[in-house]
Design a protein around this ligand. Structure first.
Ligand code: FES
Ligand SMILES: [Fe+2]
Length: 447
């Protein structure tokens, strides 16, 4: 049975069994649930839409998605960051067909209505006087989303009642600072996002990045052997994953910090000048977590994630370089996800480091990246396994969480709740627990 769009919170309550750490497979294969997610999650939460370094000058724009709505992220003539619904207020056409550029405004290709880069209507290109005389002209302005920034990270929401972005991010800000505000000048994007479609439900990505420690040694075992010198790379990775913390940052934001074995040097994969800047910029507790991190993988609910790690494809002769990828998991259908993936680097890094960080990112986490190839195959096979008539009647399990959820670390340096293992499954499942809170309308400001 498909759940239709009229279903009530009580119809969905049972789909995530919080107590037993399981979830119905139906949440990955039901078009009605996907549609309801767009309404109950994607029109209500804050969504990541871009980084200030993508639109440095007045008029700079990039096109993005908020759920299934196309938007334009633009810096207007006055320098204000706007997120405009990319749909003409006349008959609905896209007003911007490009993916990036610089424009004083946008002219609709259908009948030629003109909007400036703040979204205000400038001309209807038909009988302008008629429109001005008979209507409130500015009700034709493009619909504007509410914009929030945390440093150079830009988020937007359609929800006027949503809590502030600061409150929404909450404890995650401490970790976002480690990733995006660790040098005085901050980060910049290394080019435009890569985009590709994976054949699976969108939630598999945020859960995996929220994060799934146990898959790494199995799915990414061969590439781990290829990118770390020595014959016991997999075993070392497995030990590191088992013994490293996973963190629930609150509000559905979750991730893991995989700590390097003692034999590894601190700050593996960075150039020395950057390490000095980290030491000047971050708090001692943040440095403590960062300096031994060989992988940091997290999700900001619902669909923004990052992955950072050191990589070398000639491990016998070349030291690794740390890459940082950020991504949105776009829910384009119940069984299709469009992955948007960017690379970021410290503005102060040398050109050589930037080039190598981008190269390592592209070779690992991108459309052709080794790790994404591994994951895409695994996630496609999950989609095939769960959506059959029998498959959808069963559950998926996160029951390792039962053994870990009461074992919060007491000496962890960061905020939120940390657990002692990347294998704990608590934080990965927490993405679904938050999903259920939105879907059952339990969050006051998101009703
Ligand atoms: S649809 Fe845009 S001008 Fe008519
Ligand atoms: Fe993976």
């Amino acid at each position: 049975m498909l759940i239709d769009e009229t279903f009530q919170p009580s119809d969905i309550e049972h789909l995530v069994d919080v107590e037993n750490a399981t979830a119905s497979r139906q949440i990955f294969c039901d078009p009605g649930i996907w549609r309801m997610e767009l309404q109950r999650i994607f029109t209500r939460t804050w969504l990541f839409v871009g980084h200030a370094s993508e639109i440095p000058k007045a008029g700079d724009y990039v096109t993005r998605l908020m759920g299934n709505d196309p938007v334009i992220l633009v810096r207007d003539a006055g320098g204000e960051i706007r997120v405009l619904h990319n749909s003409c207020t006349h008959r609905g056409s896209l007003v911007c067909r490009g993916t990036s550029g610089n424009a004083r405004g946008f002219t609709c290709p259908y009948h030629g209505w003109v909007f400036d880069n703040s979204g205000a209507i400038r001309a209807t290109a038909m009988d302008d006087a008629l429109y001005k005389q008979h209507t409130d002209y500015h009700h034709f302005d493009l619909k504007r989303a509410r914009v929030g920034t945390y440093g150079d990270l830009i988020f937007a929401t359609w929800n006027d009642d949503a809590i502030s972005l600061d409150d929404y991010l909450g404890d995650a800000r401490w970790y976002l600072d480690i990733m995006f505000h660790r040098t005085p000048e901050g980060m910049e994007v290394l080019g435009a996002p890569h985009r590709w479609v994976s054949t699976n439900n969108w939630k598999l990505g945020p859960m995996n990045f929220g994060a799934d420690g146990p898959h790494a040694v199995k799915v990414h075992g061969p590439i781990t052997d290829a990118t770390f010198a020595g014959g016991n790379a997999r075993q070392m990775l497995r030990d590191a994953l088992i013994e490293s913390p996973s963190v629930s940052m609150g509000n559905g934001h979750n991730g893991i910090w995989t700590q390097a074995p003692e034999a590894f040097p601190p700050f593996l994969g960075w150039e020395p000048a950057l390490i000095e800047l980290f030491q000047k910029t971050l708090k001692p507790e943040q440095l403590q977590l960062m300096q031994r991190a060989v992988a940091s993988v997290s999700t900001i609910f619902p669909n923004f994630s990052w992955v950072q790690g050191p990589a070398s494809f000639e491990p016998a002769t070349k030291m690794p370089t740390t890459f940082l990828a950020i991504r949105n998991w776009q829910p384009i259908a119940h069984d299709r996800t469009e992955i948007w993936n960017w690379f970021m680097v410290e503005k102060e890094a040398s050109e050589a480091f930037k080039e190598e960080a981008k190269r390592m990112g592209i070779r690992t986490f991108s459309a052709g990246g080794t790790f994404d190839q591994d994951d895409a195959e695994a996630w496609h096979s999950i989609q095939r396994g769960v959506e059959g008539e029998i498959g959808r009647t069963l559950d998926v399990s996160f029951e390792m969480a039962l053994a870990y959820r009461d074992r919060a670390l007491v000496d962890f340096p960061g905020p939120g709740t940390a657990y002692p293992s990347n294998y704990a499954e608590v934080t990965e499942f927490d993405v679904l627990v938050e999903w259920q809170r939105y879907m059952t309308c339990k969050i006051d400001w998101a009703r």
